[in-house]
Design a protein around this ligand. Structure first.
Ligand code: HAM
Length: 414
């Protein structure tokens, strides 16, 4: 029955994968707290213009990837394709401008109607950081250092930070003109996507993956040559700041990012383990976004990381806590074992009590689960108000009085 399949590009999270997701969010949240970030959670859907007016009319997201629908009250809504625009909206609607600078951490599902492939889904998860009300170049450096610490803490070994400046509006519009002039004679040789972008969004042609496009782009004018002196000095400040922290980077003059709200420094952390969808984490400065939405001047910088992509490259999560197995030997032991498990769980211990199988099967389950102890109860133990405690690391077995079991376990380190 087709309706029992998950919708294309969506997936169920369970087992090792959800462990990885939770671990990634947990590590990111803790690191964000070290930088003074507060957590924010915005709605999963917003009025469509929150995205359509901010991400760029010509961007892929607005053009073809948004899940947009009228609700029953005929309001046009969109499932969020990213987190930044919603947070900017929340900043304005909650009148937060009195409290700047603000640093936010967020995570949650995002939705884009893209062609699914490795590392690319239609429902995926992002975690992100947004610094709002921070015009200083120090903020860009600090934010990138947060991303760097995050990827290192997640034990990702082979990432590379690509960085570029796309300057301010002025620098960009002069560059855009020069790029169109350079590319127009090659129009018919460009890929179909790039031909369409030539008038609508020529900067995006620079990050085309099509080999023919790439050949043509090799000799195209470079954005760096069009940066005015202010943009140039912002770029130098950020790069010098990164060098002072010892954070390695690669200046990638073709990095332009797919969203309209950026200016000045943009960056992407890429991994060589991922294939075509190789960007783990991406962001940049977006000074114009909040004013564009009708809010006050609030220069900002942020990034988001794809949790599914991080999960593809982090090592397996090892569980630190080892369970105690409570094993009932025979039906009459089930009720007292359940009571003991209940008391131990209330006291904070991780307890597994298998419901089925004979004693030896239950012991096998305990060793498979890497249990530290097994507490065994049969008719003899019930009669004598005792319990057999087996240390599964060294095999030692003791008979302990039932009313002593808590003290006995307390002495062990878990
Ligand atoms: P983005 O580059 O569109 O930027 O997405 C950020 C990250 O989300 C990507 O680098 C990737 O890891 C992940 N991602 C994007 N699309 C998918 C997908 N379809 N499937 C799986 N993962 C995906 C933004 O979203 C900006 N809001 C980042 C930002 C925050 N800029 C400033 N602040």
């Amino acid at each position: 029955m087709s309706s029992l399949k998950p919708v294309r590009g969506t997936h169920d999270l369970f087992g090792e994968e959800i462990k990885k997701h939770l671990h990634i969010v947990d590590v990111a949240r803790k690191i964000s707290q070290r930088f003074g970030c507060e957590e924010i959670s915005t709605p999963i859907f917003e009025f469509t213009p929150v995205f359509s007016r901010t991400l760029g009319e010509a961007s892929d997201i607005v053009n073809k990837e948004m899940y947009t629908f009228p609700d029953k009250g005929n309001e046009l809504l969109t499932l969020r394709p990213e987190g930044t625009a919603g947070i900017a909206r929340a900043f304005i609607s909650n009148g937060m401008s009195q409290n700047v600078p603000l640093k936010f951490f967020y995570n949650g599902p995002m939705f884009r109607y893209e062609r699914p492939q490795k590392g690319r889904q239609r429902q995926f998860h992002q975690l992100g950081i947004e610094y709002i009300g921070t015009p200083q170049n120090l903020a860009d450096v600090e934010l990138i250092s947060l991303a760097y610490i995050l990827l290192e803490s997640l034990k990702i070994s082979d990432f590379i930070l690509h960085i570029n400046s796309i300057g301010d509006k002025d620098s960009r519009s002069q560059f855009r003109q020069a790029l169109i002039e350079y590319l127009t004679p090659y129009q018919s040789e460009l890929s179909q996507d790039s031909q369409k972008r030539l008038t609508s969004n020529p900067l995006r042609i620079l990050d085309s993956k099509d080999p023919k496009d790439q050949k043509i782009i090799e000799d195209a004018p470079k954005l760096v040559d069009f940066l005015n002196s202010k943009s140039q000095s912002i770029k130098d400040n950020v790069l010098n700041g990164l060098s002072r922290l010892g954070i390695p980077f690669h200046i990638n003059s073709q990095l332009v990012r797919g969203l309209d709200y950026y200016s000045h420094c943009v960056f992407e952390f890429k991994s060589s383990q991922l294939g075509a969808q190789d960007t783990l984490l991406a962001g940049g400065r977006y000074d114009g976004l909040i004013p564009l939405m009708g809010g006050p001047e609030a220069p900002a910088v942020g990034f988001a990381a794809g949790i599914e992509r991080l999960a593809l490259v982090i090592p397996e999560i090892k569980s630190h806590s080892r369970p105690i197995f409570v094993i009932a030997m025979g039906e009459s032991a089930e009720a007292p074992c359940l009571k003991l498990s209940y008391e131990l769980r209330k006291a904070g211990y991780l307890i597994e009590m298998p419901f089925s199988g004979n004693a030896s099967k239950r012991m096998k389950k305990a060793s498979k689960a890497n249990a530290q102890l097994a507490l065994l109860m049969g008719e003899d133990e019930i009669r004598n108000n005792q319990i057999t405690v087996k240390d599964l690391d060294n095999g030692q077995q003791d008979l302990v009085a039932l009313n002593e079991i808590f003290n006995w376990i307390k002495k062990l380190s878990f």
